[in-house]
Design a protein around this ligand. Structure first.
Ligand code: UDP
Length: 457
């Protein structure tokens, strides 16, 4: 039975939820997945969204979509300066969101509204919801461990761990083991005060919320969740991995190149390295060339996502050495955007070279795919540390992005004994994700709890 049909047959609860995603790929996807889970439990769904990066409503005919103005100019409508974007959204959307809520609450034709579910980074929604006496639940789309590191920023500043000084990069942060100074979730910015303010407000308004939903699960982040429950005395609902509750509808902002799958179909099992650095991270020309040679020199097949915008100053592939692809003789396939969930689930894929965005990390774990970790900024550094040193399901590419290191890391994970051990561990972790979603499993139970909780508003 199709998911949608299955969901329609569920008893409707006669309550409506307003969901407001942060307009970035790694935030829109989990919010729409959460909406699908809650719809299947009987809630009707309204997605409030900005015009910038607006989701495609045709993939979700059973949801109501409500666009609001974000006041962003053309040059501001880009994730290239992500910090300014987050700050601007939190200022520009106040009045339009206030208006939207007023209209939605006044509209008596739909189901009565139970609560708002907002991305944690859209902290401004806290005051707006309060104006209407509307309960606000927060979705944090990253991992719990990195969130705790964000929450520790005042302490990290006080103890001098940040701003990061080069000489201390390897030092253990004793307050946040196993993180070292270089694993702290910082972002290079000329305006650190803006970063501290965004984080402080995100943490504060999460603490002030009526509950906190995670795309994570108890067995994966047990210790971090225990600490979170101490520090954030609000209801906590780890119900991930979201995308495994259903076959998910597409929420891609970029057109997917399906040749990825036909190309993978021609490859042997576990032979391909899948390479993608997500929707925002960008690298320098020099690094791009090293990635290309590292992949070529490994002599293994690879599927590489080169998103337009991945390389500073380049349109797409024009910086590749002349004749590079021809020399590979079909061993490499490059696309602008891949159907990542399908790619990771494909039997030909043997490893994932990732920037460790939380979605990519959890998607890789769910399919039992070992990782090569190349975090670029913020929570990716924390996720990479957990992948390589806590769950031990990946190798960390730490000693510079040069072709020799890359080739070694690829060979380690694809061909050597250590790679075999890593593969066993990630398959074991995959089993745990399956179990947490089964009847009586931790995420299964947590979904029940959150549904009852929201229905009680
Ligand atoms: N993704 C995709 N195709 C690609 C690259 C990425 O579908 O070619 C998806 C991926 O499955 C994930 C999201 O984009 O759900 C990226 O989110 P993540 O948190 O990993 O990184 P971000 O883009 O936020 O840095």
């Amino acid at each position: 039975m199709g998911n949608q049909r299955e969901a329609q047959l569920q008893e409707r609860l006669g309550r409506q939820l307003i969901l407001f995603p942060l307009p970035l790929q790694g935030h829109i996807s989990p919010m729409l997945q959460l909406a699908t889970i809650l719809y299947s439990k009987g809630f009707s769904i309204t997605i409030v969204h900005t015009k910038f990066n607006s989701p495609n409503p045709t993939n979700y005919p059973h949801f109501n979509f409500y666009p609001i103005s974000d006041g962003l100019s053309e040059s501001q409508s880009s994730p290239s300066d992500v910090l300014s974007l987050l700050s601007l959204l939190n200022q520009n959307c106040i009045a339009p969101f206030q208006e939207a809520l007023a209209q939605l609450l006044a509209d008596k034709s739909g189901d009565p509204i139970a609560c708002l579910i907002s991305d944690a980074i859209l902290y401004f929604t806290s005051a707006v919801a309060k104006n209407f006496n509307l309960p606000r639940i927060v979705l944090r789309t990253g991992g719990v461990s990195s969130f705790l590191a964000f929450a520790a920023f005042p302490l990290l500043l006080e103890k001098g761990y940040i701003p990061t000084q080069d000489g201390r990069a390897e030092e253990l942060v004793v307050e946040l083991p196993p993180l070292r100074v270089k694993d702290l979730p910082v972002i290079k910015t000329s305006n650190p005060e803006m970063l501290y303010e965004v984080l402080e407000r995100m943490i504060q308004e999460t603490k002030n919320s009526s509950g906190l939903i995670w795309n994570s699960f108890e067995e994966l982040e047990e210790a971090a969740l225990a600490k979170l429950r101490q520090d954030f005395p609000i209801p906590i609902f780890p119900i991930g991995p979201f995308h495994k509750h259903f076959t998910v509808s597409s929420s891609n902002l970029i057109a997917v190149d399906t040749s990825s799958i036909s190309w993978l179909n021609e490859q042997s099992p576990n032979s391909v390295i899948y390479v993608s650095f997500g929707s925002i991270a960008a690298i320098e020309e020099k690094e791009f060339i090293e990635v290309a040679w590292g992949l070529a020199n490994s002599k293994l097949p690879f599927l590489w996502v080169v998103r337009p915008g991945l390389v500073h100053g380049a349109e797409w592939l024009e910086l590749l050495p002349k004749g590079f692809l021809e020399k590979l003789d079909g061993r490499g396939h490059i696309v602008k955007w891949a159907p990542q969930l399908e790619v990771l689930a494909h039997p030909a894929v043997g490893a994932f070279w990732t920037h460790n965005g939380w979605n990519s990390t959890i998607e890789s774990i769910c399919e039992g795919v070992p990782m090569i970790c190349m975090p670029c900024f913020t929570d990716q550094q924390v996720n990479a540390r957990y992948v390589s040193h806590v769950w031990k399901v990946g190798v960390h590419l730490e000693n510079g992005l040069d072709r020799v290191n890359i080739e070694q890391a690829i060979k380690k994970i694809m061909l050597e004994k250590e790679g075999e051990e890593i593969r066993k561990r990630v398959l074991h972790l995959k089993e745990k994700t399956n179990l947490c979603l089964e009847v009586g499993g931790s995420s299964y139970n947590s979904v029940k709890t959150v549904v009852n909780y929201i229905a009680s508003f």
